[in-house]
Design a protein around this ligand. Structure first.
Ligand code: AR6
Length: 336
């Protein structure tokens, strides 16, 4: 899983490099900066930081990490938010890009970022997250590194309030409608919304299809492609390379090799879902791919409903999805 959002104190991260939201001058500031100095050893780290001198906004520098679990601290100076018309977005992009460059040049296999500039510097979190998603998407398509986005609290990372409201109401509506049908009867159909009415019968139809009503002929005519065969076929049909596919699915090379080498590979449900998103499948195709591994979207799982929502609304950026799932208080695709 090359990208993961976690709730933690960044000084506790066991990674090759942690990123510090540094002050332009070699002094110890507040927020992440103070926590990093405290955990690394104030005197030791400050002596190294002084050797670097002033750091311009958007730039980065690297030092040892002393008493931290990490090997390096990458010091980057974010933009102070001044309304958005002073090049703040470009500077923040540079912070992430330059930090990743330093990490790569120093052979780091993993790095942890805080949400730079969103504390003392007041950068809006929604926008900061969009920048993280865009830089990380571009970087990971070419490079192999484990990138952690470390946030302090669950409400810290509201990506887009409107989008959240939509997903939350989608999940609730579906869930309530289905539960009501299960617990009472179809009489409630008049009470549920248009959307729920449209979705519930789909499940009924599916259940009927997979029940004993299947004629032997139907079963025989079904393609006997395995998950692995269907996945590899779809990658070719979508004009993607294998690397593009597993990277877009936020999966690592090792796992993909295992899939490639075993025709009957049994993926975890979340892995199958991640590939459905990476391949930008529509809902029917996604259901088909999942079914090859023996899975289905569960009508009573909020997580499954959220994934269905992303597919139906064609939101396929896996990094954005990870952040949205985290914010919804759901499991993320990479937690198993
Ligand atoms: N671990 C993870 N995230 C944290 C931690 C922590 N220990 N502490 C705070 N955050 P900030 P900035 C989050 O203020 O806005 C200093 O004085 C925090 O909730 O650390 O770039 C420096 O010297 C927020 O979301 O950095 C600079 O002068 C995010 O980290 C200036 O502040 C960034 O908040 C830098 O300000």
């Amino acid at each position: 899983m090359p990208f993961k959002i976690v709730r933690n104190d960044i000084t506790k991260m066991q990674v090759d490099a942690i990123v510090n939201t540094a002050n332009p001058r070699p002094i110890i500031g507040g927020g992440t900066d103070s926590a990093v100095y405290k955990a690394a050893g104030k005197k030791l780290l400050l002596a190294e930081r002084k050797k670097i001198g002033k750091i311009a906004r958007g730039q980065a520098a690297i030092t040892p990490a002393f008493n931290l679990k990490a090997k390096y601290v990458i010091h980057t100076v974010g933009p102070r938010w001044r309304g958005g018309n002073h090049g703040e977005e470009g500077i923040l992009c540079s912070c992430y890009e330059n930090s990743l460059r330093f990490a790569k040049e120093n052979g780091c296999k993993s790095i942890a970022f805080p949400l730079i500039s969103t504390g003392v510097y007041g950068f809006p979190k929604d926008l900061a997250l969009q920048i993280v998603i865009s830089v990380v998407s571009k970087f990971l398509i070419k490079e192999d590194m484990m990138i952690y986005l470390v946030v302090f609290g669950p409400k810290e990372t509201r990506l887009s309030e409107k989008l959240f409201e939509k997903i939350e109401s989608y999940i609730d509506e579906e869930y309530v409608a289905i539960k009501r049908r299960e617990e009472y009867s179809d009489d409630f159909a008049g009470e549920v919304s248009q959307r729920s009415r449209r979705v519930v019968p789909q499940y009924k139809a599916e259940e009927t299809k997979t029940s004993a009503d299947h004629s032997l002929k139907d079963l025989m005519e079904q393609s006997d492609e395995t998950f692995q065969q269907m996945l590899l076929r779809l990658i070719v049909e979508k004009g993607m390379t294998n690397a593009e596919a597993y990277k877009k699915a936020n999966q690592d090379k090792k796992l993909f090799s295992k899939i490639k080498n075993s025709v009957n590979y049994q993926p975890k449900k979340k892995t199958a879902m991640a590939f459905a998103l990476a391949l930008e499948l529509n809902l029917d195709e996604a259901k088909d791919l999942l079914s090859r591994a023996g899975y289905a979207f569960s009508p009573s799982s909020h997580f499954d409903k959220a994934i269905q929502y992303f597919i139906e609304t064609k939101k396929y950026n896996i990094y954005e999805i990870e952040i949205m799932l985290y914010n919804l208080g759901l499991e993320t695709l990479c937690n198993y």
